[in-house]
Design a protein around this ligand. Structure first.
Ligand code: LMR
Length: 394
């Protein structure tokens, strides 16, 4: 049987991780995979998470199953964190999932069950795994223009023109904040326009929110999502705790389906639980438990927010430093967008040859589309990157 299997294309981000590991040069700089690193290059366990882990080690008395939807305390806390009071709680169906990717996958599965003909409109570019999962599942996707390579900003006119092609029942996939891979984000006015368009066409917004707290702050980063939820009858939201709680390997995510009213919730909830059962049965509990402990304990929550804010400000400082260095070296403001972008990533707009030269000649690793992970830098390496960008002729 296995002889019928075909080679699979390597995931570009994961292949880059391996190539970086294999590079013997000690000057190498990793700006690839979206994992937060501090100035020493470590991915720390957040203080509040560690404290919750100790508490839970003392308290936990069984490893028996929790429930198909996961621990309701986790769903409640996450719904509150992301939606605040944008939707009545009894209209929101939710299940814990293995990471944000698990939530994305379950959301597409739900779409397929509810409306097999639905197409998913995706930003061009988007996180490559969105496309890969859609392709694997046989769901048609339609790209919409998003990034203007010249300005480093959002091509909003292009986006709206392309979204004009959505039909009732199609899904519009949006990034809640900190767009991956570009770092360019919608303004609140633009969120309003996209919401109006979705409602006028009868399309369903789906929001992937994986970096809440990494851009402009916890509430500001959720403002677009809250607006959509408050304005549209049905919304899907795939949330990740990997980055803002730093619990990557615990695989902690939540899928929410915001229903038009509480009457639609029980069947939707049952379908989400059904999907969990079919795909992996019970979702992992450990990371979800840590998140709900942190979010529901005032002291832990305050400490988590303070540390998250340090992380956010650190990345903003690196953005500003990089934009400033490039301004100095290039004698122009053409990289000024780096300071305007938000989140972990910025797409620099370099062509593949320059990205390759940066890797070969300078041991600087970034994704082939010139996406950099800002957190892979520190005050010492920012000038090295800026100089290398100029040296490769950008
Ligand atoms: C990324 O975009 O680098 C992260 O979301 C990690 C991943 O799984 O690709």
């Amino acid at each position: 049987m296995f002889e019928h299997l075909k080679e699979q294309p390597a995931d570009k981000i994961l292949a880059l991780m391996q190539a970086y590991k294999d590079d013997p040069r000690d000057t190498k700089i990793d700006l690839g995979v979206g994992v937060y690193k501090d100035a020493e290059g470590r991915t720390p366990i957040m203080r509040a998470v560690k404290a919750a882990e100790k508490e839970w080690w003392n308290e936990e008395e069984t490893k028996a199953y929790v429930g198909l939807a996961g621990d309701p305390a986790f769903s409640d806390a996450m719904i509150r964190l992301i939606l605040d009071d944008a939707a009545p709680r009894d209209a929101v169906a939710a299940v814990a999932t293995p990471g944000g990717t698990g939530a994305v996958r379950q959301a597409f599965d739900l779409v397929k069950m509810a409306n097999p003909g639905a197409r998913v409109f995706v930003s061009d570019p988007t996180w490559p795994n969105h496309l890969s999962i859609l392709k694997h599942m046989g769901i048609e996707h339609v790209p919409y223009r998003y990034f203007d390579n010249e300005t480093g900003g959002v091509d909003f006119d292009g986006m709206m023109q392309d979204l004009d092609g959505v039909k009732a029942g199609d899904v519009i996939l949006l990034h809640g904040c900190c767009h991956n891979p570009t770092g360019a984000n919608l303004t609140m006015q633009q969120w309003g326009d996209v919401t109006d368009l979705a409602n006028a066409k009868g399309a369903i917004p789906m929001i992937d929110i994986a970096y809440q707290g990494f851009g402009d702050g916890l509430d500001a980063d959720a403002a677009g999502t809250r607006h959509v939820v408050a304005s549209c009858p049905e919304v899907l939201i795939a949330a990740s705790c990997s980055k803002n709680f730093g619990i990557y390997r615990e695989r902690t995510g939540l899928l929410m389906a915001v229903c038009q009213d509480s009457a639609r919730r029980p069947t939707t909830q049952a379908n989400l639980a059904y999907l969990n059962r079919q795909n992996y049965s019970f979702p992992p509990d450990h990371g979800a438990r840590l998140v709900s402990l942190v979010l529901t304990d005032d002291a832990l929550r305050a400490d988590w927010q303070a540390e998250l804010e340090e992380v956010r400000r650190g990345m903003l400082g690196l953005r500003e430093q990089l934009a400033q260095e490039l301004r100095k070296l290039s004698g122009s403001d053409r990289f000024g967008f780096i300071a305007q972008h938000r989140g972990m990533f910025s797409r620099l707009g370099l062509d593949a040859d320059k990205v390759e030269a940066l890797r070969k000649d300078h041991a600087i690793y970034m994704v082939g589309d010139s996406r950099i992970n800002i957190a892979g830098l520190n005050a010492r390496t920012v000038p090295l990157l800026a100089q290398a960008i100029i040296d490769v002729g950008a």
